[in-house]
Design a protein around this ligand. Structure first.
Ligand SMILES: Nc1ncnc2c1ncn2[C@@H]1O[C@H](COP(=O)(O)OP(=O)(O)OP(=O)(O)O)[C@@H](O)[C@H]1O
Length: 351
């Protein structure tokens, strides 16, 4: 199977700050892949390396087999990026902005106009096609960013925090649209703070923390690693939990058995699988069960657990500067501009 993304030992240092410390990831073609991480984990840096806005300090990254530095053009043409920041040409009608964008990626003029129409219809702002970007509402701007990512018909759609600051309706619309695109074959790489978003959309997520991949797994697998609570009401609860602590000797999924206000509370991994075994054991021991509830751990709890830092340990290693102290890769740039030309303000130069 082709991989949309193959990244090996990717490193990026901003002066004495190591933002990426050897990231390796594979994203199969057609998948919906989530990149989760707390602020400063390195998500945007990772994306900026893929689209050529930031030059890696070491390692390799390939997009559909094209090296992001050596085959910059081919790699970049595969990607549609909806960045977190609104880095848009504000002086042209948005339809024109999309045509320019498609043209920059080699799409002939007539086709570019059609693509622009289609992208604006897909995101639901076709009636605003003659409006300048600045005159759109916040939600429409977010929709436009997605249209701009789609106008080149990308094989890999990268969404950097697409739900940041959008209302519930727009979030649902975005989710529906990207799900549909993914079902039609577009590979999606999503960075998000909204755990619910990752849980709903992604078939695999990588948790990134302080420049390193902590784990890669499906949301379900991650949740299985957390502990669930199985809460059972018995007709005649025992006076103490001790009588029930040996309910399932040798079952290492069970971490704790206690009584909380007459209810038996079993803390266990994979609570959904442990519960039927508990019911059987309780039944065998002569207990009558009145009610049972399984409170599953949330992906959020697992995420917080995996990225929890010791007090006073909040900064990445070697953190001597912050994002304002740019040496490159600032966020106000057109994401098409390769590093060298962007720095000189020549936005559509080639490598
Ligand atoms: N151009 C830059 N110059 C110097 N340091 C930078 C630059 N860009 C990012 N950093 C630093 O690199 C680290 C990773 O930042 P990055 O923006 O990649 O994280 P992130 O996971 O996207 O965070 P967020 O969720 O807050 O957007 C941070 O410590 C940040 O301050």
């Amino acid at each position: 199977m082709t991989n949309a993304l193959e990244v090996e030992d990717l490193r990026k240092s901003y002066r004495d700050l190591d933002a990426l410390k050897g990231v390796s990831l594979t994203v199969p073609e057609g998948s919906f892949f989530g990149l989760l991480g707390p602020n400063g984990a390195g998500k945007t840096t990772f994306i900026n390396v893929l689209v050529g806005l930031v030059r890696a300090s070491g390692g390799d990254a390939r997009v559909f087999g094209h090296d992001v530095e050596d085959d910059y053009r081919q790699a970049r043409d595969c990607i549609g990026l909806a960045p977190q920041e609104f880095n848009v040409d504000r002086f042209f009608p948005i339809h024109e902005v999309l045509e320019h964008k498609a043209g920059y990626h080699g799409v002939p003029h007539e086709v570019a106009a059609e693509r622009a129409d289609r992208a604006l219809k897909q995101v639901g702002i076709y009636d605003k096609r003659d409006t300048r970007f600045d005159w759109l509402s916040g939600g429409m701007k977010r929709r436009f960013m997605l249209a701009r990512a789609l106008v080149t018909d990308p094989d890999l759609l990268i969404l950097d925090e697409p739900s940041a600051g959008v209302d519930v309706q727009l979030r649902r619309d975005l989710w529906d649209l990207v799900t549909e695109l993914n079902e039609e074959g577009t590979t999606v790489l999503l960075t998000t703070h909204y755990i619910e978003e990752a849980e709903r959309l992604c078939d695999e997520v990588a948790i990134l923390d302080r420049g390193r991949v902590v784990t890669v797994a499906s949301p379900e697998e991650l949740m299985d690693r957390g502990t669930d609570r199985v809460v059972i009401a018995l007709r005649e609860p025992p006076a103490s939990a001790d009588a029930l602590s040996e309910l399932r000797p040798g079952d290492d999924r069970i971490e704790d058995v206690s009584l909380e206000e007459d209810r038996l509370v079993v803390t266990a991994r994979q609570g959904g699988l442990v519960a039927p075994d508990l019911v059987r054991e309780l039944d065998r021991a002569g207990h009558e069960i009145l009610d049972m509830e399984i409170k599953r751990t949330s992906l959020e709890e697992v995420f917080v657990d995996m990225t929890r830092h010791e007090e006073g340990d909040g900064r990445p290693d070697g953190d001597g500067v912050d994002g304002d102290d740019d040496d490159e890769g600032g966020n106000d740039r057109d994401d098409d501009a390769p590093l060298e030309t962007a720095a000189t303000g020549d936005r559509e130069g080639s490598r």
